[in-house]
Design a protein around this ligand. Structure first.
Ligand code: NAD
Ligand code: TYD
Length: 354
């Protein structure tokens, strides 16, 4: 069996669904079910013989230890995190708690379990930590892309908390020999993403006749990767990655935010034209910038390509079309999420920006 933490969130759920499609090995999804965790994401595998769920906070070391004892997994993959930069600006405490203390608790529980394993089991065991390119800080336009040796320089409470967790994971390998792997990935997009991140909020707002909020002048650059490509890369790192190593994962696909929003508008104009015949472009609004907004992220994914033979399969146009088609077909999923608590978040984040 493998453990997946945060499996009810965006990337974790895509990972679990992809895993169960391809593998005949049980998975235990360990998730606290915060605002970002949604069991509807996993409805299609609810009765699957290889799918199991435990509602547990990763900060609860005793509960995690019990799960290790009971299920004897060969690996744990840590997706659980507070993941949204804007929320980390409004309320950093949860980020320190889950991302740092939570990862520490998982490492402690995993170490205790790993030490009791037989030698062959010890050799096979893996602690795979899912992280972000944001730990490397911000690039200028002409800087080379982030590689695995780029020094850490996190700028937001989110990226600082992820950086701290990466350091703990590294230290548990260096000090105790725990067989860890770390992946640092660029911005993901695809089905099941909570409509607070750029791509799903723009799709959602466009379809509901609302403003498409662009921070600053829209010139910030991100590298975008289709979520299933990320999941496949993680699976490959789990099976073939070298212990103690980190792997950067990216889409070779840098785009200005404005370009992303324009492409979404053009795709929606084609797939779901507005009744008045106007373009969704007319809904674009430039709003106050994010404090400390990182200018550019870019990933050099040469190492994972050379060592493990991974490259993304989806390009931005095809991935975005699939994503938009998914949101159009799954309005009920979005409706279910955009309840009272969601609206409070919109007021908090966007109210002051107009
Ligand atoms: P998400 O916010 O959609 O999901 C996070 C999940 O973790 C939710 O199911 C939530 O309930 C769960 N969770 C939160 N706190 C928990 C706790 N204390 N105990 C147990 N479960 C808890 O996040 P995501 O976008 O799916 O990101 C998953 C991971 O990938 C994160 O570690 C994130 O830092 C990393 N990552 C994300 C991106 C991206 O573009 N979304 C890019 C690179 C890396
Ligand atoms: P986001 O999806 O929050 O990911 P991250 O901050 O982790 O990269 O944002 C992606 C980019 O889009 C980032 O430069 C901020 C910008 N952005 C907007 O312009 N408007 C929005 O409403 C949001 C949520 C983000």
């Amino acid at each position: 069996m493998i453990f997946v933490t945060g499996g009810a969130g965006f990337i974790g759920a895509n990972f679990v669904l992809n895993w169960l499609r391809k593998n005949n090995e049980p998975v235990l999804n360990i998730d606290k079910l915060t605002y970002a965790g949604n069991l509807n994401n996993l409805q299609s595998v609810e009765g699957h013989a290889n799918y199991h769920f435990a509602r547990v906070d990763i900060c609860d070391q005793n509960a995690i230890e019990e799960l290790f004892k009971k299920h004897q997994p060969r690996a744990i993959l840590n997706f659980a995190a507070e993941s949204h930069v804007d929320r980390s600006i409004h309320g950093p405490r949860d980020f320190v708690q889950t991302n740092i203390v939570g990862t520490f608790s998982l490492l402690q529980a995993a170490l205790g379990y790993w030490r009791e394993l037989s030698e062959p089991e010890k050799n096979n065991f893996r602690f795979l930590h899912v992280s972000t390119d944001e730990v490397y800080g911000s690039l200028e336009l002409n800087d080379p892309a982030f590689s695995e040796t780029t020094p850490y320089a996190p700028n937001s409470p989110y990226s600082a908390s992820k950086a701290a967790s990466d350091h703990l994971v590294r230290a548990y390998h260096h000090t105790y020999g725990l067989p860890v792997l770390t992946t640092n990935c660029s911005n993901n997009y695809g089905p099941l993403q909570f409509p607070e991140k750029l791509i799903p909020i723009v799709i959602h707002n466009a379809l509901n006749g609302k403003n498409l909020p662009i921070y600053g002048d829209g010139s910030n650059i991100r590298d975008w990767l289709y979520v299933v490509d990320h999941c496949e890369a993680i699976e490959l790192v789990l099976e073939k990655g070298r212990k103690g190593e980190t792997y950067n994962i990216g889409g070779w696909n840098e785009k200005k935010n404005l370009e992303v929003v324009d492409t979404i508008c053009a795709t929606l104009d084609e797939l779901c034209p507005r009744p008045d015949g106007k373009s969704y472009q007319t809904q674009k609004v430039f709003v106050a910038d994010r404090p400390g907004h990182d200018k550019r992220y870019a990933i050099d994914a040469t190492k994972i390509e050379k060592e493990l033979g991974w490259r993304p399969k989806e390009n931005f146009e095809s991935g975005l079309k699939k994503t938009i088609a998914w949101y159009l077909e799954n309005e009920a999923w979005v409706k279910n999420i955009t309840s009272g608590a969601y609206r409070e978040w919109l007021d908090k984040n966007y109210g002051a920006r107009q």
